[in-house]
Design a protein around this ligand. Structure first.
Ligand code: URA
Length: 449
């Protein structure tokens, strides 16, 4: 998106002058009128503002915050010039969900087919991993043949035929967010409440599903680790959704340890398929069950908690949630034999990490586990890195478990990369105490009407 400073035309010079003026006003604590947000985002998308000036603008917003009016204006500006999915063409209400992302968090691959199997279509746009947290699109690409990006016009027919769609985020729907998110990623401006809220809600405006459930993570592996700030992010997103006429509920969920035992692309697909075959994996399933219930209730407010849970249990136990996943993945290009035989990519090497002492597990640091998977190629440090789909970590325990010295804590799956460094990082992720420790709850709070 960057303008070339050596060939600045008159329009580009004017855009640069405007963005510098906005930075000065924001830094001085003066309010910015809504039109200024439209202008700066339009200019940036058009390539009239160099990245270094836009980075300074984003950093100023991240430091100074935004008023409610400014946040609404930025969110609207992100969607300018983009399209919207025409989900009204589907017969019934459609549901969307969004998570702020974490480690071992394969919820999308579970809740979307479960809710679809319950008869409520789901359309989910999703992203890739960068840094220690995983990305749904990367996980799905470990299914040979899977097409990660659908054209907007394919989404309605696909939802009609298989009940669900999970597709890569189209930057065409929210061009402003597409352009600024790429820059935020490399300028340490992701972790900002207003910037996260505007980015996520702008995408929800473009999808315009009738039901929306947000999953906001809190804890050391979350984008916003501090509990009170996570609550603030949740409330900010819900208020913003309301300002745009979207009805949303939110879950504040725990990311103080990896959500599920598997961390890594194909490993997480296997984990999701195991849950869809009926395995209620502690932590992971606890959150999925709450999300599925809220998603069903988002389009059927009279559905009681018990009724919703009965439906959810039925589709897990009778195999229809698993069948929905397979039908959908094959419709989106995945090789059916991979799903029938479970032949997902596997790393050639394994190495165990054992407890160096006896005691109760008090800590499993999700960032350290996520970073260990990066060291063996399961994630990406830059946009151009290629992935080892079979690599990752499988944890044998959760916080609160009692272990004896020498018990296996985790297994590293790898082909290449710094396996010794990764093993040391996994070891360092664990903390032990000499007293029983309560396991953290998967769901801290539920927000919304
Ligand atoms: N996910 C998004 O889509 N945007 C953010 O800013 C952070 C997480």
């Amino acid at each position: 998106m960057s303008a070339d400073p050596s060939v600045l035309g008159a329009g580009t010079k004017a855009a640069s002058a405007r963005v510098l003026d906005m930075i000065n006003r924001k830094r001085a604590g003066r309010p910015l009128p809504p039109d200024d947000f439209d202008q700066v985002i339009t200019d940036f998308v058009a390539g009239c503002i160099p990245d270094y000036q836009m980075s300074a603008w984003l950093a100023t917003v991240a430091c100074q915050g935004l008023s409610t009016e400014e946040l609404v204006a930025l969110t609207r500006a992100y969607t300018r010039g983009g399209g919207a999915l025409d989900l009204d063409r589907l017969d019934g209400p459609v549901i969307d969900k969004h998570s702020t992302g974490g480690v071992g968090d394969t919820t999308t691959l579970i809740v979307v087919p479960v809710v679809a199997a319950c008869g409520s279509p789901v359309v989910k746009m999703t992203g890739r991993a960068l840094g220690f947290a995983g990305g749904t699109l990367d996980k799905l690409e470990s299914l040979r043949g899977f097409r990660p990006y659908l054209a907007p016009e394919e989404i309605v027919p696909m939802t009609r035929s298989v009940g669900m769609v999970i597709t890569g985020q189209s930057a065409e729907l929210t061009p402003g967010d597409g352009a600024t998110y790429a820059l935020r990623d490399v300028t340490a401006t992701v972790e900002s409440i207003p910037l996260i809220a505007a980015s996520i809600i702008s995408k929800k405006i473009a999808v315009r599903a009738q039901g929306l459930v947000l999953d906001v993570k809190t804890g050391s592996g979350a984008l916003i680790p501090d509990y009170d700030h996570s609550v603030q992010l949740t409330r900010t997103m819900l208020d913003l959704a309301t300002a745009f006429g979207l009805s949303a509920r939110a879950v504040l969920s725990d990311m103080s340890q990896p959500l599920g035992p598997a961390v890594g692309n194909a490993l997480e697909i296997r984990q999701a398929l195991a849950v869809l075959r009926g395995e209620r994996t502690p932590g992971l399933w606890d959150l999925c069950a709450t999300l599925c219930r809220l998603m069903l209730q988002s389009v059927d407010p009279h559905l009681t908690d018990d009724e919703a849970m009965k439906r959810i249990d039925r589709v897990l136990d009778d195999g229809s949630a698993h069948e929905t996943f397979v039908r959908w993945a094959v419709a989106q290009g995945a090789d059916a034999t991979v799903l029938e035989t479970g032949q997902l990519p596997q790393a050639a090497r394994r190495s165990t990490v054992k407890a160096a002492e006896s005691g109760w597990i008090t800590r499993i640091d999700p960032r350290a586990i996520g970073n260990a998977t990066l060291m063996v190629g399961a994630g990406r440090l830059t946009h151009d890195d290629s992935l080892d789909y079979g690599a990752g970590v499988v944890l044998s325990h959760r916080v609160g478990d009692r272990v004896d010295k020498g018990d296996v804590l985790a297994e590293l799956h790898y082909d290449t990369g710094d396996a010794d460094g990764a093993r040391a990082l996994v070891q360092s992720a664990f903390g032990f105490g000499d007293k029983p420790q309560a396991a953290p709850v998967a769901v801290h709070q539920i927000f919304g009407p």
